[in-house]
Design a protein around this ligand. Sequence first.
Ligand code: MTE
Ligand code: CO
Length: 427
Amino acid sequence: MVSKTDPKTPGRAASRRNFLKTGLLGGAAVAASAGLARADGDPLITEIQDWNRYLGDGVDAAPYGVPSEFEAQVVRRNVPWLTADPVSSINFTPLHELDGIITPNGLCFERHHGGVAIIDPTEHRLMINGLVDTPLVFTMEDLKRFPRENRVYFLECAANTGMEWKGAQLNGCQFTHGMVHCVVYTGVPLRYLLEEAGVKTAGKWLLAEGADAAAMSRSIPMEKALDDCLVAFKMNGEALRPEQGYPLRLCVPGWEGNMWVKWLRRLEVGDQPWAQREETSKYTDLLADGKARRHTFVMDVKSVITSPSPQAPVTHGKGPLVISGIAWSGSGTIKRVDVTIDGGRNWHEARIDGPSLPKALHRFYLDINWDGSEMLLQSRAIDDQGLVQPTKNELRAARGGNSIYHNNGIQTWHVNTDGVVENVEVS
Ligand code: MTE
Ligand code: CO
């Protein structure tokens, strides 16, 4: 048996190692019927169990359903030493426990700069002002009378994987990659609201502002605002969760999570960007030559293996093993994901299963027959624009060592012969 890494205390991963010489698996054979089932006298099948003998709860025991008690470990987690106070902090989606492409509402990571605003929807207003013909104020009821759309989008914080720039750091994909979620949003295309107000010719930028204590605000180019932005009030069919901006948030598909202003209360039309805190001292990347990249809106093509991973070790020994992960790109759909089990010496095309939607998570699988030897697992995504996920060294060569944001480098997991998984770096 393999013990699980204690998820509450993510330790530091082992230091950089060179595993390139280890003997690993050859061709990955799919084993759909590999004699996995047992037919010997298992009391769980030969004896009647309590759940078979006694009546269970009737309907309405939980008017709003909750997960099984046996799934109690499937929760968001934070890393207390990362931030000074939970009011301006982050927690992480438990990617290693999820499958498919949709994140359940209660598991979407949270990032707040001034805590969660609690807003009565009847008292919420959205104002459009600035370079418009008619400044407008909408109630939630007004907004729900515009034609609406349903779209599946990922939201990734630009700081996702930021702790990993200098080397392997956090032991679990929840912590290295868990600042991403993907839900179906219901909302009104932003262009309908802007058309209603009438954007003046000089109106080239939009300032989106939140109603939270941080009044977080970001400049968004008008072109993007008129393209695919949504003013959303529902996620996965139900009202937004308070943590996700109830009653109203902006969706800026494929672009950095910071721009997806929650508790959206104001949109100001202007002729140039505002240079707010979140687009100057934050969400910019200091390059090696001392200059900083800014307005790095699009989230780059990226992927990660979610299982096996440090919080999801291999507990069943050698034989059939499902390797699974997620891939996404802010530029479109994912065309291909390659997976290696030997640190990049041999690559195998993974199977993408489920919907392939632009600017949404994609789920991939590689079904192998594990021979029980050490593995170095990596995945590499390629999007429909032909953009290829880089190695970490390629990223560092391009951007130096000072960056935090936009780390889409290839992640490596080391699996030892006991199935224990660790965060390592080989390239
Ligand atoms: N909007 C407001 N009003 N206040 C915030 O603190 N955080 C931003 C963005 N929108 C934030 C906000 C950041 S940095 C990110 S990554 C996303 O919201 C996180 O969205 P989530 O909490 O739904 O995951
Ligand atoms: Co963010």
